[in-house]
Each structure stands twice: as structure tokens, then as C-alpha cells.
Write a protein that binds this ligand. Structure first.
Ligand SMILES: N[C@@H](CCC(=O)N[C@@H](CS)C(=O)NCC(=O)O)C(=O)O
Length: 213
């Protein structure tokens, strides 16, 4: 298999997800840093590769892949172990629901471009923007805690690590950076504390990327 190139940014939580998945699958890759602080995601050269102007973007096997959950699906098809979703239909649906709660319901409301729009175009104070972030993050995490509770085991869904866990860890990293109180989420924080010790997660952590600064 050809080496992969991950276009990412060390603090991007969607990129962090894909780094974890690549590490779990044992797929070697190199990075191309797209510095969101300098709007490199909007540069013409990058948008020619990814018209959406987002990271992550994975170049692998001659494909340019976007959207972290679609990338998980591609990786699962290429490298079977460890699977990122359970094979039974109900388990698969539950894991997707947990992952999508983070990726579709929490993360997009708190994305860089949304926070910037609130501040610049809508003239909101930094305090109001931070409050927006925490409001949607807390509401989403409460939903995630409630959804996971009936079926959680060692991991968010049973005892098999899944893409739901991969989405959880970067979201909590992000929440902590924004001083979001996590005391109401004992299940999420218990699982996060265990996951962040695993080598694939340690190596994917923003602080362990070469570009971290
Ligand atoms: N749904 C996409 C989200 C990608 C995304 O929002 N990436 C963020 C960084 S975490 C980004 O590139 N933001 C740039 C911007 O907001 O301008 C995925 O899961 O890959």
C-alpha cells in the first residue's frame, strides 16, 4: 500500500480523529501542515485539492479523501483490523449515532469559521463567542453521555473500541481548551482518561505533532 499523506493541523479535532484511526490501523503516513491560524485552508493551492477548505484531507492509494467519518469508512475497507464499527447492524447504528453526535451536532457549531463569523460579521464579543462554544458543547456532550450510558462498557459502545471513541477524545480535548466544565460527564471522562493512555491516541495528540507550538 502506498504511503499516505495527511493534510492536517495539529489542533484540528477532525484531523486528530483521523490521526488516531491511521495509528490504530498501523498505516504509515506523512503530514502536510495546513495552518488554520494563517487561513492556509483557504489558499487557492489547498482549495484546488479540497474545495471545501477543511482539514483533514487524506491522500491515499491515488484518492483524495475528505470528511473524517468517510475516511474511517475507507480505512475500514482497506485495513480490517481493528474494525472501527461493530459488524452487527444494531451495534453499527449505535456507534454511528454516537460518532455523528460529535461530528454532526457538536463540532460544526463550534468550528473555527463559525466562531469567527460570530465575532467578525456579527460583531459578538469574545465572551459571547466563548459562551456560544460552551453552550453547544455542553448540550451535545450531555446528549452523548445519555446516549452512551445504556450500552457503554470499557468503551463508549460495549467493550470494542470504535469510531465513537475516536470522535470523543478530540472533542474533549477541544472542550478543555475552551475551559468547558466536564464534571457532569463521568462516563465520557472515564472513557477518555483510559483512551488517552493508548499508544495510538498518545501519538495522535496535538502536543505530540511536530508542528505543535
Ligand atoms: N465534517 C468535517 C469537518 C472538518 C472541519 O471542520 N475541519 C476544521 C478543523 S477541525 C477546519 O478545517 N476548519 C477550518 C475553518 O473553519 O475555516 C470532518 O469531519 O472532516
Amino acid at each position: 500500500m502506498a504511503d499516505a499523506i495527511l493534510h492536517d493541523y495539529f489542533r484540528s479535532s477532525a484531523s486528530y480523529r483521523v490521526r488516531i484511526a491511521l495509528n490504530l490501523k498501523g498505516i504509515s503516513y506523512s503530514h502536510h501542515n495546513v495552518d488554520l491560524r494563517h487561513d492556509e485552508q483557504q489558499a487557492a493551492a489547498y482549495k484546488a485539492l479540497n474545495p471545501q477548505g477543511f482539514v483533514p484531507m487524506l491522500e491515499m492509494d491515488g484518492e483524495r479523501l475528505t470528511q473524517s467519518l468517510a475516511i474511517f469508512d475507507f480505512l475500514d475497507a482497506h485495513v480490517k483490523e481493528p474494525p472501527l464499527v461493530p459488524s452487527d447492524p444494531a451495534g453499527r447504528a449505535h456507534v454511528l449515532a454516537l460518532a455523528l453526535t460529535v461530528a454532526c451536532d457538536i463540532h460544526p457549531l463550534n468550528n473555527l469559521r463559525v466562531l469567527r463569523y460570530l465575532k467578525t460579521e456579527l460583531g459578538q464579543s469574545q465572551e459571547a463567542v466563548d459562551s456560544w462554544y460552551r453552550h453547544w458543547c455542553l448540550e451535545g456532550l450531555a446528549a452523548l453521555e445519555g446516549l452512551a450510558k445504556p450500552t457503554a462498557g470499557k468503551f463508549l459502545y460495549g467493550d470494542q473500541l470504535s469510531m465513537a471513541d475516536i470522535c470523543l477524545v478530540p472533542q474533549l480535548y477541544n472542550a478543555r481548551r475552551m475551559d468547558t466544565p466536564l464534571g457532569d460527564f463521568p462516563l465520557l471522562t472515564r472513557i477518555d482518561a483510559m483512551l488517552t493512555q493508548l499508544p495510538a491516541f498518545v501519538a495522535a495528540h496535538p502536543d505530540h505533532q511536530e508542528t505543535a507550538s
